[in-house]
Ligand binder design. Structure first.
Ligand SMILES: [Zn+2]
Ligand SMILES: [Zn+2]
Length: 321
């Protein structure tokens, strides 16, 4: 079996599942030690140990000993890990926009560049305008092609309740799309696939898994079903406005995969039809338009964080690395 070579898939493959995403989110909140991660996530020890190990192996976290006398380690974000921050911010903004009422937004971001409460948006690196899905076209890049896949590592959907930890728009977004197949089904929809057969052919996905993910994504409001044939009855799956808004987080993950995993040969190029240029998606402050980085953003929690550990406000990453 083969699948499309794709930087979204390689990024999602590294992050592997919702727990790994949330471990990284905690690292952005300053968690370094095992127990700090655990209190923010309320996750089992075995799961946390596994995800910390995996993220270390993948070069997202690195282990640093914090005591000469014991073998205890802290986990720090690497440069590649810190570079995930814009993608996380776009996922968080998606959660804020669609899955949270305005009065209930868990976290405020303050951009140090302009000292404003910021709601970062995904913008074009060429014309600096906001990117929306319908203005982007997709073109094969130097790394385009198909790769072989092993059938064994194909499906993993966590049944765990990762909403137990701190209130978070990232968790809420992952609750909607939080497994690899859901990401890839949504990706194919952006490339134009609407029908079951198209999705199945493109993804080499088992039909029972595809049926399950489509039903779930319809139920969560990412797709709507439209009948295009009566006998036999056939439906196509169209992105809702909420589904279309996942474009930002997805292309940010693509950009990260291109930077860190594509060996200089991105499989796909994005063209912004508004300005006619090939572009790199960038997350910018909606107030001043400057690109945001982990070390220029402060956060303020709007819930009591006592239960989850960590400070009520702070900075995602203290200073450049
Ligand atoms: Zn543009
Ligand atoms: Zn700003």
């Amino acid at each position: 079996m083969t699948e499309r070579r794709c930087s979204i898939a390689s990024t999602v493959g590294i992050l592997s599942d919702a727990w790994a995403f949330l471990v990284i989110r905690e690292a952005f909140f300053g968690a370094k030690r095992f127990e700090e991660f655990r209190s923010g996530l309320e996750v089992s020890r075995a799961t946390l140990t596994d995800r910390l190990r995996r993220l270390t192996r993948e070069g997202i976290l690195r282990e640093v000993s914090y005591s000469d006398t014991s073998s205890r380690v802290e986990y720090k974000l690497t440069k590649a890990g810190i570079d995930l921050y814009p993608a996380f911010m776009s996922l968080m903004q998606f959660g804020d926009r669609w899955l949270t009422s305005a009065s209930d937004v868990p976290l405020q971001l303050i951009h140090e560049g302009c000292n404003c409460v910021s709601k970062p948006i995904v913008a074009c690196s060429c014309c600096e305008r906001r990117i929306v899905a319908r203005d982007v076209s997709y073109h094969d890049g130097p790394g385009a092609g198909r790769i072989r896949i092993e059938s064994s590592k194909r499906s993993r959907r966590t049944a765990d309740d990762f909403m137990r930890g701190r209130p978070s728009s990232v968790s809420r977004a992952l609750e909607v799309i939080g497994d690899r197949w859901s990401f890839l089904v949504i990706r194919e929809a952006f490339y134009g696939a609407k029908r079951f057969d198209q999705l199945q052919a493109e993804l080499s996905i088992a039909s029972n898994i595809l049926t399950d993910r489509l039903a779930r994504l319809v139920e969560r409001g990412v797709f709507r079903k439209r009948k295009y044939q009566s006998s036999p009855e056939r439906f196509e799956y169209l992105l809702t406005p909420m589904g279309a808004d996942l474009h930002g987080p997805l292309i940010m993950m693509m950009a990260w995969g291109d930077r860190w995993r594509a060996d200089g040969s991105p499989p796909m190029l994005l063209r912004h039809e508004t300005c006619g240029q090939f572009f790199t998606p960038t997350v910018v402050c909606n107030k001043c338009g400057e690109p945001i980085h982990a070390y220029t953003m402060k956060y303020r929690m709007r819930y009591n964080p006592a239960k989850f550990g960590g400070p009520k406000s702070g900075r995602a990453v203290p200073g450049r690395v």
